[in-house]
Design a protein around this ligand. Structure first.
Ligand SMILES: Nc1nc2c(c(=O)[nH]1)N[C@H]1C(S)=C(S)[C@@H](COP(=O)(O)O)O[C@H]1N2
Ligand SMILES: [Mo]
Length: 215
């Protein structure tokens, strides 16, 4: 692996995966258990990333949606903000153990983007690319959930740069590493392709209630 600004953090998290840190060996039903196994609640919103926090000015923002789609598109920020907006309240669950309840989000529903570009019947996976070089992958059926948004605001305030401004992905029912900050490309795909943490010991599926922390 190439030398990265946050090499120490990456090594520590690879060790967590190798050691199976925080695993309780239990699963829970999200219908009846709000807090996934091994998690603890916080009231602040911690910042976690690879250590390079790009400043994406409104002028520089571009979001490309392509791959297995009929109508690939690149949106600038006014183009993105002109799409139908959704409001949602959801919880966040980070694999480093913290969960935060009742986050109010504003953004564009993933399903709106799926319809906009006419995703191919053959597509099964989604690869998210971010401006800091980060990537993460998820299945199309996970991305298509009604609570998945491309968000621009949290608690009625614009996202801050360290949380992924101006637009980030938010996939609340998967561990938060699947929620790419500073998103710049959504690639629909017939085949799967592991992202950054998925290649570094973390689970491909990432369901917190199944404790899918590590691969
Ligand atoms: N672009 C980008 N997105 C990213 C990351 C990153 O390093 N770069 N880290 C992921 C991880 S590991 C976590 S836990 C969450 C943290 O989001 P937050 O800093 O807003 O809490 O962002 C995810 N999205
Ligand atoms: Mo993370």
């Amino acid at each position: 692996m190439t030398e990265h600004p946050n090499e120490k953090l990456i090594r520590a998290k690879q060790r967590w995966a190798a050691d199976g840190r925080l695993l309780t060996g239990t699963t829970a039903d999200p219908e009846t258990t709000r807090l996934p196994p091994g998690q603890r609640l916080v009231t602040d919103w911690p910042v976690l990333d690879l250590g390079t926090q790009p400043i994406i000015t409104p002028e520089r923002f571009r979001l490309t949606i392509d791959g297995a789609v009929r109508h690939p598109i690149t949106l600038d920020l006014p183009g993105f903000m002109a799409l139908p907006m959704t409001e949602a309240v959801s919880d966040m669950h980070c694999v480093t153990q913290w969960s935060r309840y009742d986050n109010l989000w504003h953004g564009v529903a993933a399903q709106t983007l799926i319809d906009l570009v006419a995703v191919s019947d053959k597509a099964r996976h989604v690869i998210l690319h971010a401006a800091d070089g980060y990537t993460t992958n998820l299945r199309l059926d996970q991305f298509a959930q009604p609570d998945v948004l491309l968000v621009h605001s949290w608690q009625n305030t614009p996202l801050t740069p360290e949380h992924g401004a101006p637009v980030r992905a938010l996939i609340p029912r998967l561990y938060l590493w699947k929620s790419a900050k500073w998103i710049r490309r959504i690639a629909f795909s017939i085949t799967d392709k592991p992202g950054f943490w998925e290649e570094n010991g973390y689970h491909n599926n990432a369901d917190p209630w199944l404790e899918e922390r590590y691969s």
